[in-house]
Ligand binder design. Sequence first.
Ligand code: HEC
Length: 103
Amino acid sequence: MKLLTATLFAATALVATNAMANADLAKKSNCLSCHAVDKKLVGPSYQDIAKKYAGQKDAEAMLFEKVKKGGKGTWGAIPMPPNANVKDDDIKTLVKWVLAGAK
Ligand code: HEC
């Protein structure tokens, strides 16, 4: 059990610090079927999102809600559907990663 806890902790630390892991999480969570890091697909590029909200300290909480529940009208007419199957912790990680420029 101790070993399992240690392993889980190590894995969490890796996800928090490792950019590749974040990109993998975005892929696994289906975000990358509509978003790319540096160009517009169905949704805005993650770099454009990072630019738009640079310096806004409430952006993280607002975007968390938007990714979880979906929404439209900020970037155009196409809505983002709710990402109800993605875990809250994963959404938080993804929003932080996007706001940091998806690097
Ligand atoms: C079916 C396509 C689709 C999927 C899947 C999708 N998005 Fe989006 N996303 C969009 C669209 C379209 C917009 C623009 C919505 C708007 O104009 O308000 C958007 C907007 C966003 C924004 C900016 C919101 C704002 O108000 O500025 C973020 C952040 C975001 N998506 C993150 C994610 C993350 C993280 C995932 C995966 C968990 C994800 N998206 C999955 C289509 C998608």
